[in-house]
Ligand binder design. Structure first.
Ligand code: NAG
Length: 516
């Protein structure tokens, strides 16, 4: 009898340990650590005069004469990827997504001790947008150009390439750029509303002017600015950005006029017409549709519920296609190991942006007590969230190569990121000038790992078969962009909160083990 009881006890303990083991493996990723690292990345991308509290120590001041030739102060902002062009459209989208992350997950970010850093990352962008918006209908759109920049491989601190600045204005308008910049500034105004009302008000003022400019002079910015064409052409046009900007402005001001814009132009601007399977720096429809869906939660929007529901049906479509629950042809492809796959070049940007929308959508379903109805079945909020988690876990190392595509996270991550500053020895250590082609000869072509770790960067990632080649010249896979990491800030924050809850549960289980 005694023997049998002991056996049962041991059996139970074993079961418990097994469960714990499964649990530990499943929850093996440290999302708080990932969150901290993702915010560090924005410090690596800083252009301009670095502040005293700069934590990424291998970087130094750069681009200190940006705009000088044109008689305008364009010092600051972010380098967009592995080069040193300051491209307005992707930079603005980066700031919109950082701001949206804070708006949705402020508490979680604060609980992880990262709110200050997140707000600094946003402000580094918005301070620059304010400088670049020199009069109501003038916005400086780009500093440097892709062609001359890519001819050189230099540290930002040594830059000798053209720093020509380009602008949009009444004669050369760009509604997509003005719209996205307005969206970024309006979203950031919400972030700073409580902590810095004066700054928030300033952001809003610029946002409103930029929206007006973009709406009044309607044109695609790459039509006005040939220089962006082969780098960041706005393929989806400007209607998505104008609707998106109007909606962010409505959220930031509560001014009904902006809401009316979103409702009245829903049809003519494609807001309820386009069903999308991509959300990116170019194509905002899915984000707009989700944001519009969330207005349904508030009683005061009841009179617009007809149009808002049409927006929601398109948001649903996007979520269903990510979840593989539309008809087959309308689903987002996946790699054999389950990573969303949109295209070969920098696929991870679509994964991180999709994961953000799925995470926010999951919260929306939970709050509204709703279910997602797809062609292939009905889905609850847990399933949506758990799919987003699968994408995060793939990024952090749950993939066939055991590779974390978030640089600096975990034991194995890309060592040869296609990034000028990271791949050349630090300026802080060696201030000797490194020339344009010298960088290619001495640093780009090296087999060795980069001397500086670009912590928190999300690289382009694997191909459609989960393969990844860690070479500096494999820029489709090893280059990182600011808009890859920005949505991760929100998603990591969400999962870091769940992690804390799980650790509490696990603690209780451990108590149980101890009692044996
Ligand atoms: C990945 O990790 C698993 C489990 O530890 C191991 O079996 C597998 O060989 C690893 N794969 C690679 C490519 O390192």
């Amino acid at each position: 009898m005694e023997e049998k009881k002991k056996k049962t006890q041991w059996h139970n303990l074993l079961l418990l340990l097994l469960t714990l083991n499964i649990f530990t493996t499943a929850g093996a990723f440290d999302y708080s650590d990932a969150l901290t690292k993702s915010l560090l990345y924005f410090e690596s991308q800083r252009s301009g005069r670095l502040p005293y509290n700069q934590r990424v120590a291998w970087r130094d001041h750069s681009g200190l004469t940006d705009g000088l030739e044109q008689g305008v102060d364009l010092v600051g902002g972010y380098y967009d990827a592995g080069d040193h062009v300051k491209f307005g459209l992707p930079m603005a989208f980066t700031v919109t997504m950082l701001s949206w992350s804070v708006i949705e997950y402020r508490q979680q970010i604060a609980a992880a001790g990262e709110l200050e850093h997140a707000m600094e990352a946003i402000k580094w962008g918005t301070d620059y947008f304010i400088k670049a918006h020199t009069s109501p209908n003038v916005l400086w759109a780009e500093v440097g150009d892709g062609d001359t920049d890519h001819y050189c491989w230099q540290r930002p601190e040594d830059m000798t390439t053209s720093r020509q600045a380009y602008k949009i204005d009444e004669k050369n308008p760009g509604s997509d750029l003005a719209g996205e910049s307005a969206a970024a500034l309006a979203a950031a105004a919400l972030v700073f509303k409580e902590s810095n009302p004066h700054y928030s008000h300033l952001l809003l003022h610029h946002a409103q002017q930029l929206f007006e400019f973009g709406d009044k002079y309607r044109e695609k910015y790459d039509w006005s600015l040939g220089v962006v064409k082969s780098y960041y052409a706005s393929v989806s046009g400007f209607k998505d950005e104008l609707l998106w900007a109007a909606l962010w402005l409505y959220k930031a001001t509560d001014n009904e006029e902006y809401l009316k814009y979103v409702i009245n132009k829903a049809n003519s601007f494609g807001g309820i017409g386009w069903a999308m399977t991509e959300f990116s720096w170019d194509v905002k429809f899915a984000g707009l549709q989700l944001l519009a869906s969330k207005l349904l939660l508030e009683e005061k929007h009841k009179k617009h519920s007809h149009i808002l529901k049409l927006y929601k049906s398109k948001a649903d479509y996007y979520m269903c296609s990510c979840l593989n629950k539309n008809t087959a042809a309308k689903n987002v492809e996946r790699t054999p190991a389950g990573l969303l796959y949109v295209r070969r070049w920098n696929n991870m940007q679509y994964v991180s942006a999709a994961s953000f929308l799925l995470t926010v959508y999951s919260d929306f379903l939970k709050t509204s007590n709703g279910k997602l109805s797809c062609h292939g079945g009905t889905v609850g909020y847990e399933e949506v969230l758990s799919f987003a988690k699968s994408q995060m876990d793939y990024i952090l190392g749950a993939n066939p190569l055991n590779m974390s595509y978030l640089v600096g996270y975990g034991p194995k991550f890309p060592q040869r990121v296609h990034h000028r500053g990271a791949s050349v020895e630090s300026y802080r250590e060696n201030k000797g000038f490194i020339g344009c082609t010298q960088g290619y000869d001495s640093w780009y072509a090296r087999e060795e790992p980069n001397p500086n770790v670009l912590v928190g960067a999300l690289v382009g990632g694997p191909d459609c078969k989960d393969n990844f080649v860690d070479r500096r010249d494999n820029y489709m896979q090893t280059e990182a962009c600011t808009y890859n990491t920005a949505p991760l800030v929100g998603v990591f924050a969400k999962f870091s909160e769940l992690e804390v809850q799980e650790n509490v549960d696990q603690g209780q289980n451990l108590d149980l083990v101890a009692s044996y």
